[in-house]
Design a protein around this ligand. Sequence first.
Ligand SMILES: [Zn+2]
Length: 417
Amino acid sequence: MLPSNPLDTQIMLHTVSNNAKLDKVNFNATKSDIIIYNNPNAEKTEWEIGSDKIERSKSTTHLGLVREDNNKFDIQPKIQVARRTMYSLMGAGLHGRRGLNPLTSYKIWECFGLPRATYGLESVKLTRKDIENIEKYQRGLLRQLQSLPDRCANIPVYTLLGAKPIEVVLDIRRLSFFTNMIRQKDNIEFKVISRQLAVKDEDSTSFTVTVRKTFQKYNLPSAYELINNTPSKEQWKAMVKEATNKYYKNNITEELKRKSTLKHLSVQENPLDEPHAIYKYVGSNPHEAEKAAIKPRLLTGTYTLQANRHKYNQHEVDATCEMCKHEAEDREHFILHCTTLSEAREKHLPKLLELVPEITGRKEDLLQLILDSTHENLLYLEESCRKSKLVPKIEQISRNLLYELHINRTQTIARKK
Ligand SMILES: [Zn+2]
């Protein structure tokens, strides 16, 4: 019930309870709450339903969402539910280091955690901070599932998995909620929406205004165009998929260009819906999944080598490779040059060169091929490499190579200490 003053409230409660009695139904006063919006100083604090009292409360759960009387929405319970859900699944092996393919872990989050964390949120007005708070939780979790350290940049945390930021998840849900309503033109919801579209101005917090802005954001047809010419569910799904991916890809491409540590990372065609090749061909074998944890760290520049340690602590840490002592141990030295690790290289590199002979002699490209064979810098390999379905094979060889380099490095350094 949504009455506008205390007296109306009481009259409506009497009416409801009398009518219910005729049907031999009783209302449970302890399960009902009264919330007063927009009037913090209201004097009346209790009402009656039948002979029971209902007291005014500060917050209540309505359709699964906690509503507070200051009209704010409390996001914390949502995050707690998500955290508990994921915690309960950790025992079943959902953990970055325990050999579950990160894509499988992400699917589990998408099926069980994400719907709980975001249930009903498309219909409430959230602040930027609210969204950032859930986003922070999701991002932390996605990092953990991929064993990426906290210092890893945000973009690859999502794009490697093909994961959607919360903001996009809610936008998509809001858009489909809207189009579902305008599909049924006899319904009362449609009439409400049409009216709101006509009367609400840009600054309003109304749902239709939020939706209208979402259409603009993704460069989709306007609300009116959609009402006049409503696409089928399949068409609409495809339109939203294309528009959101395009928007997101444009946004992150600029940001990626500014980050030199991520220069070897490519972004796939539809970063919100398809995973990066780095995980795509890993399979479900736990040992393969364990090996697959090394490459993302090297690709995102978060695998700690002497050069990285030196950068953060220039006076105490020398950048020189601790194993061969020839030169600074950076990503290229570790993967291509370090003589101490040549055994692993001799085992795997020839296989790679056999698949992609064009790469011989181009050091920078070879490094790129090993780190991310789908990068646009390697477009000249398009014909032979991408189209002939070599990517899964290249990925497998480079995964094995990097894993073995990692193991050998760890062992060599441990022996020296
Ligand atoms: Zn070295």
